[in-house]
Write a protein that binds this ligand. Structure first.
Ligand SMILES: [Fe+2]
Ligand SMILES: [Fe+2]
Length: 191
């Protein structure tokens, strides 16, 4: 790490080294491995991800659709133009979705609620940090920004949804004995 930092002080425009440096730093701080960050990772909704809860499933599907569109646009045209749209979507998504999920987990006395809250907060901090850096033009290299956004969505949020959230789905199914109870609960809350 110290050699990488030294290298970056000497060659600050080395984007690949900076991405690797930032990723190592985050790993040392959070213990979360952010994965390979490949653009061609398959992002598609499947039934195995369903929690049988209509509100949360709808939100998760929406996330996957936006992530898929974003990655397709980048892969096909290397276009930077979708960054604003996906950041705007995520801004609202993390606010509404995390709140919905945490409220339901609390109501159901889900034992891993705190782990979910920690990961949600961590994601929000990363997202807000990146948003701030883009808005204040602290980072302007478009390739670097695209890579950071993609890491955030795929390696973190999609992974979180596919792994941690599906665990809650299993817990819900066991508790509700199948389908329906949680949906009714959330719908009556939404009114
Ligand atoms: Fe989720
Ligand atoms: Fe979650």
């Amino acid at each position: 790490m110290s050699m990488l930092s030294k290298h970056l002080r000497q060659v600050p425009e080395d984007t690949v080294a900076r991405i690797y440096h930032d990723r190592c730093n985050r790993f040392l701080k959070t213990g979360i491995h952010e994965g390979s960050g490949e653009f061609d990772l398959a992002i598609s909704w499947s039934k195995s991800l369903a929690m049988n809860h209509s509100v949360i499933d709808h939100q998760h599907r929406n996330l996957f659709n936006h992530a898929r569109d974003f990655v397709d646009a980048i892969t096909q045209s290397k276009s930077y133009s979708r960054v604003d749209a996906i950041m705007e979507f995520l801004d609202e998504y993390i606010h509404v979705h995390f709140e919905t999920e945490e409220r339901l987990m609390a109501e159901k006395h889900y034992p891993f609620l705190q782990m979910q809250i920690d990961q949600h907060r961590r994601f929000s901090r990363h997202f807000n940090g990146l948003k701030d850096q883009i808005e204040k033009k602290f980072i302007t290299n478009k390739v670097f920004i695209l890579f950071r956004v993609q890491l955030l969505i795929i390696d973190w949020l999609i992974n979180h949804t596919s792994k941690l959230d599906t665990h809650f789905g299993k817990f819900l199914r066991r508790q509700d004995g199948g389908y329906g109870d949680s949906n009714r609960l959330m719908k009556s809350k939404a009114k």
